[in-house]
Design a protein around this ligand. Structure first.
Ligand code: 13P
Length: 342
């Protein structure tokens, strides 16, 4: 383990007011998104979509790191150039999703635990040799009647911490992602309580597993009401509740917090991140950044529709969203940016 290098990588991931692009949908998830738009669910269509993303001109001005999926890290552009080279030539740090997905948890109806620790040490070694310098593992926590249970929170936090320790041993910065889902009708306050409990448990487990906090990135949800909660929150309420929760539970040694978007509308995700930076940036110990998938990709995917003729326009749409999120990091995003879109 090379601690100074890990710390440098983690700093670079959240430095320069840039953020991360999570282009690491598993094949089933990517296929599901394609299916809803009538795009063929084939390896070639997934490759073409990822080529569109990594060849977007100017992407490196807003994106510091890209998270890939196992299939994608081994793929090439149509002309044979490996994606890994295209990404590093753009000045973007290479990351890789290494969990094996959230599976139903025995004895815990309605809850899931993320798998993937078996054989992880060898997989990490291979990814490092391929050029990856950071990794991601996502745990999901569902809010509902009587859940999440202590058992589910503990099992997921323990797995995240063991994953993070193995990453650091292999020279990879772990992105630790405990996602409290937006599904359901729970309130903003309930999401805040659950998120705080989960984060406290995650950091307790990270400490027990001797993870260097300076060499990791936290990827949490924002504190939001459930999607079907009748009372939705104003942008500033979300900003306040999220920052209050993080201040209670996230140690100051962590260099950066990079939010997932979790199904929020892209403009809302930008506006909420912006509000947090406008209101709190100068007084926070960690950077508040983004690690979005849908909030950056979805409008571009809808523009592309699997058609070669739409590639350039889709790239402009993708770049626009990434630029909006970079502006949000600086507290310089405003809704007018979204009116002038291509
Ligand atoms: P979303 O931004 O679409 O929630 O995805 C982030 C992510 O990487 C989930 O693991």
């Amino acid at each position: 383990m090379n601690t100074p290098e890990l710390i440098e990588t983690a700093k670079a991931m959240v430095g320069c007011d840039k953020g991360l692009l999570a282009m690491d949908e598993s094949n089933p998830t990517c296929n599901k998104r394609f299916a809803s738009l009538g795009i063929p669910q084939t390896a070639e269509a997934r490759r073409a979509w990822r080529e569109l993303i990594v060849t977007t001109p100017g992407l490196g001005e807003s994106i510091s790191g890209a998270i890939l999926y196992d299939e994608t890290i081994r793929q090439q552009k149509k002309d044979g150039t490996p994606f890994v080279k295209v990404i590093s030539d753009a000045g973007i740090i290479l990351g890789i999703k290494v969990d094996m997905g959230a599976k139903d948890m025995a004895g815990h109806p309605g809850e899931r635990v993320t798998e993937g620790l078996d054989g992880l040490r060898d997989r990490l070694k291979e990814y490092f040799q391929m050029g990856a310098r950071f990794a991601k593992w996502r745990a999901v926590i569902t809010v509902g009647d009587g859940i999440p249970s202590r058992g589910c929170i503990e099992a997921n936090a323990h797995a995240l911490a063991r994953y993070a320790a193995l990453c650091q041993e292999a020279g990879l910065v772990p992105i630790v992602e405990p996602e409290v889902l937006m599904d359901g009708d729970h309130t903003l306050e309930r999401c805040g309580e659950v998120t705080e409990e989960v984060l406290r448990m995650v950091f307790s487990q990270l400490y027990a597993q001797r993870v260097t906090l300076e060499g990791m990135i936290l990827k949490p949800n924002m504190v939001l009401p459930g999607m079907s909660c009748p009372v939705q929150a104003a942008v500033d309420q979300v900003a306040d509740a999220t920052v209050a929760c993080l201040l209670r539970a996230v140690p100051a040694a962590v260099p950066g917090v990079a939010f997932l978007s979790g199904g929020q509308a892209p403009e809302l995700a930008s506006a909420r991140l912006n509000a947090m930076n406008v209101r709190f940036k100068s007084g926070l110990p960690w950077a508040l950044a983004f690690s979005f998938a849908r909030a950056i990709e979805q409008p571009a995917l809808e523009t592309w529709q699997g058609k070669e003729a739409n590639v350039l326009l889709a790239q402009q749409v993708l770049n626009h969203r990434a630029r909006c999120d970079r502006a949000a990091r600086r507290g310089e995003y405003n809704a007018a940016m979204d009116i002038e879109v291509v």
